[in-house]
Design a protein around this ligand. Structure first.
Ligand code: PGA
Length: 242
């Protein structure tokens, strides 16, 4: 794993955006694997600026997102589809038809998961995948030991800690979905290049576990060290326990 330690969130976001821009410029129809959460927002803003300045073109870019609550209406302002449209896609010349987020409103979630995986395969796989890391080492909604390390896209039950952490964003905790559709660790592993971002002291334990702990389903991110092209971009605070 290549490790880049930077000063702060801003620098982390700049470095990640540069790497994404290089991929997009080298391959105008690249497949980008995207994530939600606070961590990649700075990178998305940087990429949107690069688009504004005419440095990159998204007209042929395709995207696939890691995860989505289930069930949830894509129009719900807490859905990850809404998040992506508002924070990234609406700022670019991307064709929304080329953007894929798991469908939180599907009536056949298991069949949908198979279809999602085959959409990714039909694109020839993900060229570059951005990831955040959970405080407990989770990737997407792959929680410690929930599904092991061999899962493809699947429906997963959210852990009580995730429900507690995220329910504050919903008008009432009862409205928080109790399941999600997530790409599995095996799906993520198929990406040609992976960038993991981590910022802040709250991620320091997870970074230590990922880099120094055993490869284990108890820290889903730990398996990424076996991938042939992974770069961790992390600020000093997130790296402070190494
Ligand atoms: P965050 O979430 O970017 O909001 O910290 C990351 C994660 O939990 O995967």
């Amino acid at each position: 794993m290549k490790i880049i330690v930077v000063k702060n969130y801003e620098e982390m976001s700049n470095r990640a955006a540069e790497i994404f821009a290089e991929t997009i410029n080298a391959k105008p129809d690249a497949v980008l694997g995207l994530a939600t959460g606070e961590t990649p927002l700075g990178m998305y803003n940087n990429l949107a600026k690069k688009y504004e300045y005419g440095e990159i073109d998204f007209s042929r870019i395709r995207t696939v997102n890691l995860d989505e609550y289930y069930p949830i209406d894509p129009e719900n302002n807490q859905s990850y589809r809404y998040f992506m449209n508002r924070n990234f896609f609406s700022k670019l010349n991307i064709n929304l038809k080329n953007t894929f987020v798991p469908d939180g409103s599907t009536k056949k979630p298991d069949a949908f998961c198979l279809e999602y995986e085959s959409i990714i395969d039909s694109f020839g796989g993900i060229d570059i995948q951005i990831l955040g890391i959970g405080r407990n080492g989770h990737i997407g909604f792959n929680e410690p030991s929930a599904e092991g390390l061999h899962a493809l896209t699947h429906v997963t039950e959210l852990t009580p800690s995730t429900i507690e952490a995220n329910s504050r964003f919903f008008a009432s905790p009862d409205l928080m979905p109790k399941h999600a559709i997530t790409m599995g660790i095996k799906s993520v592993f198929k990406a040609k290049k992976i960038i993991i971002l981590a910022s802040g002291v709250t991620k320091a334990d997870a970074i230590r576990e990922m880099l120094r702990g055993k490869i284990s389903a108890m820290c889903p991110a730990s398996v990424l060290s076996l991938h042939q092209d992974v770069t961790l971009i992390c600020d000093k605070d997130a790296y402070s326990k190494i």
